[in-house]
Structure formats: structure tokens, C-alpha cells
Design a protein around this ligand. Sequence first.
Ligand SMILES: [Zn+2]
Ligand SMILES: [Zn+2]
Length: 627
Amino acid sequence: MCDHHEHAPTDLEAPEPQAADAAAPQEEHEKGRADFDSDEAYQLYCLRHSAAHVLAQAILQIWPEARLAFGPPIQDGFYYDIDIPGVTISEDDLPRIEAEMKKVVKQNQEFEQEYWTKEEAIRYFADHGQVFKVEHVGRLPVEKVSIYRNRRKDGGEFVDLCGGPHVRRTRQARHFKLLKVSGAYWLGDSNNPQLQRVYGTVWPTREQLDQYLYRLEEARKRDHRKLGHQLDLFMFHDWAPGAPFWLPRGEFIYTLLANRMRELLAGEGYDVVKTPLVFDKKLFETSGHWEHYQENLFHFPEGHYTEETQDAEQAHRILALKPMNCPSHMLIFRSKKRSYRDLPLRIHDQGVLHRNELRGTLSGLTRVRQFQQDDAHLFVAEDQIADEVGTLLSLVDRIYSAFGMTVEVNLATRPEKKLGDDALWDRAEAALREALDASGRPYGVHEGDGAFYGPKIDFDVFDALGRAHQCATVQLDFNLPRRFELSYVGADNQPHVPVVIHRAIFGSFERFIAILIEHYGGNFPTWLAPEQVRVMTVSEKSLPHGRAVTEALQAAGCRVHFDDGDDKIGYKIKMCHGMKVPYMAIIGEKEQEQGTVSIRSRDEGDLGSMPVDAFVARVVAESALPF
Ligand SMILES: [Zn+2]
Ligand SMILES: [Zn+2]
């Protein structure tokens, strides 16, 4: 079973808390410095945890009848789940809550920890109408529970059930901002009462808070769904949920990336193939997907299926749309007698994949039902793993640096529950370490994070806003070759089982393009821009020269659009600006007379007038593919 094609857990949207946060806010042991990778991570955890208490106290000041559920720290902030009978909090209420939080901060209350017996805690929270706290204390498998108390200047106090840790005083949590309100369910179960979740962020310094808010605002402005519409890249229709329509400009980018990758891999010794979309379910029974992944497969009976024949379903073969390419590549490997001289065999396939994702989880290009990947499977002998992976590491670097993105690498090693003996894992992990060491780059190790069928290398790709995405994959697989009974004849004339390496560099084109749109904020570099130059005339008099400039650019292979309409030049410029075209070539009477073009660069502003040849040469130079 191969899960490397799963949509990566990181999303382009604001990070959602892990379910575990809500389910187990009070752990059986108190967190300490040792639970965190760095001092900074530990301090942020304390800070965010503390801000959640400040938020809860403020809410109780405004709505004393509010019932508190859980309020954990999350990535970049915190939230608190609450229920206020008869009151729905809206974003308009956030300033009022913030004002109350500021009072709590200003009082610089201490976080005082105490241990109460469960009976004491249940009595206290019952007396204060905190039904969720009562329920939670009752379930805790401990004799004493940890309590944090904040004393208010007015003689009141705020007491919360919490394992900590916290900052010492509330003033440390002063650089905060509330962000939004959404719905949640008690214990994350939709059969339970619905709660309101108030989100906030908090940072050690004002500067860090401002930077974070700036990044949030930028991310909102760069949202690929918004820019995809504005730039005419793609669309969706309700009759094809999760399946993008690629409009000409988006299709151009898609095909450019796909073709370049195909060409590059062919040059690296990959065999490029196309494989069927529809398979007998036997393929997926063999691969294990039918058993473990069936709910994500689109499947249907073979033949002409009508109401009259539906009872005959048993007689039909069941067909399924492939959710990934790996199983079909196993069939290609198995179709011939293979020898060690055929290895490594590298099969590249950009086939269309379908996954029956739930409608509610679909989101722009980041979570779709139909997509393609720059997918490949390498069939290697064990002693070829290090070399192959070394080549992949440099390929990943080369390609992501072309986009101005940085990559962080981690080795994920054997989990407890695993397939294959320890000696095999020893050799495979050693081969990956060898490749990583030889690459000369720093890398981390995620102990126990490998898949049950093999170790892998995790790549975190960082975009212009510093957000991490998981796109590239290098996953070793000891399982599929065995399920498909693959073998090759070794130099010793004996049969051997190859190791399969699942690998992708972009991952899915859909998701990667979403990342690119947001990374560039829609300002694609000249080499990637679907429209590189828009030639626009000031008046009818400059039409002949405008046409000549357009033709000169076209002849040089540039992607150019000629705006020869009657609109005022100011309007033409505004329209072009909205489409984020790298260059505007403005043709007025002066340019017509002198045989020049007046150039406005999207990134560098007004470049003045220049000879047509010089401008064409500039665009051609910038059109060279950087990878
Ligand atoms: Zn706490
Ligand atoms: Zn695969």
C-alpha cells in the first residue's frame, strides 16, 4: 500500500489545529522543555497556551454564562472553544473581546498552578456552570488534576483546568490579535453540541506580530483561487466537483511544466509511458488499494449497466479509475523477463488520476478529484539505491532553486509496525544516509516516521511567504514488488526482488501550480508567464508600428497580445496591469516615428523607450527556462 501520493497534510490555507489538540488538551504528563525541538518552540507554546487563558477570562467577563471547552495552542496561535447559550459571536465582537483581554494583560496576573483532587475540581466547575470541564475532569485517568489560577485586580479570579506550562504573567502575552470565529463540535464529534471557536495569534514581540499579520494578509491577497479567476487560469463547475477546467492561460503553464519535466527526465534516462485510466479491480486487489483505499476509488460495473440489469451486478467485472500510477508500472516491469542489466528501470508517467475525495474537503487546486503528477517509479537493485537517490536530491535542488524556493530535507526511518526484516531496513536506511551525506547538505532525521513498507525522504519546500509545502517525494517500497511478485535475474544468475522507489518532484501539477500562483502572487516570471508582452497603441495612427512590433515579437517566439482597440491608453494599461503581464509595449506617435517601443516593466516600472530589437532580445533572454 502506497500512501506517498496522499495529499500532503500542509495546506495553503491557514493551518487547522490537529485533532489531537482538542481531544487531549490535558496530557498525562506535563509538557516541559524536553518535549520541544528548541527553546523558541517551547516558549511559543507557553505563550500561546497562556493567551488562550487570557481569551477565556475575557469572554467570561463579557458573557459570565459562557461555558468553556478546550483552548489549546496551535501553529502560529491559539483558540478557545466556547458555548454561550443564545449568543453567536461574530467577527464584530472581536474588538470588544480584545479590549477585555488587554485589561487582563495589563493587570499582569500571575499564572499560579495548583493540584486539586478530581472531586474538588468537579465541585468547583459544577458550581461555576462549566459543564464541559466537569465532563472532562470525570474522564481523566488521574487522581489529581492540574489547575491554573489567575487573580483579577477586582478580587475575582479565573480558574482553568490545564496541564500547562505557561508564561509567568499575563503581560507577556500582550502582542496578540484575534483573527476569526468558526464552528466546532465538543470533542470533535458532530453528534455533540456545537461550539464556537475563537482563533487568535500571539507573539513575543510587536514586530513578530506585525510580520505575521502581514504574511496573513499577503496570503489572503495571493489566494490561488482568487488569482486563478482574476488571471483567467482555471475554473470549476458544480457539475464536475474537484476537477479543474484549465483555461488557455492556465493550460499554458500546466503544459510548459509538464513538457519540460518530461524532457528533463527523458534526458536523465527515464522511460516515458502512458498507462490506462480504467482497470479491473483485480489490479487494486493485488496492490492492496482495494482493501485499504476503496472509499477513494471511483468504481463501477463493466458493461452497459441499466436498471434491468442491475441485479446482474455480481456477474459484472468491477472497474475502477486509477488513483495512482504505481500498480500499472508494476505490470510493465512484470511484462518481460528482467535482468540486472535492465536496472535501474525508471518509468515516468503523467497519467490522469482520480480520487473520490469528499465534496466538503475539495478546495481550489489544492484538494481535487482529478489530477496529474510528475510521477515515476524506479526499479533498482539494493546497491543502486544510494546513487539513484543522490541523483534525485540534486534534481530536487536544481528544480526548486529555479523557482526561488528553498528545500529542507528529512530522513524518515522505520516505524514500529513495519514490513520486511531489520537487515533490509538497515541497508535501505544506510543507503539513504549515504546519499544524503554525499549531497553535503544538512538534513534532519524523523525517527519512526517512515511508511510501513519503506523509509523515505521528506522534503519541505519553502515559498516566498516562508510557508512550508510538501511536494517532492522519495519513498522506498519493499511491499509492492512482493505483492506483484516482481523479480530480476542477478549477476549471480539467481532471481532477486527489486526495490521500488516512488518519486515525484512537483507532486501533482494542480497543487504545485496553486503553490506557484501564491509564491509569485500571480507575477509569473517572463519564462513562465502565459502572456509575456502586451503591445498597446495610443491611437489609430500608431497601428502600423504596433502591428510590426507584435510581429517582431511573435517571430522571435515571444507570447504577445496586441491590444489595438479603441480604448484610452490609460484603460488599456489598467487592464494589462490587472493581468500581471511582465511587459507593456506602448506605441504612440513618437515611437511610430522613431521606430522604437516605450516599455513598462511590471517589476521594474518605466524603462523608457528602446529600439524594438533590443526589447525583443531582452524578452527572448528572459524566456530561457531556468531548469
Ligand atoms: Zn493552559
Ligand atoms: Zn507510486
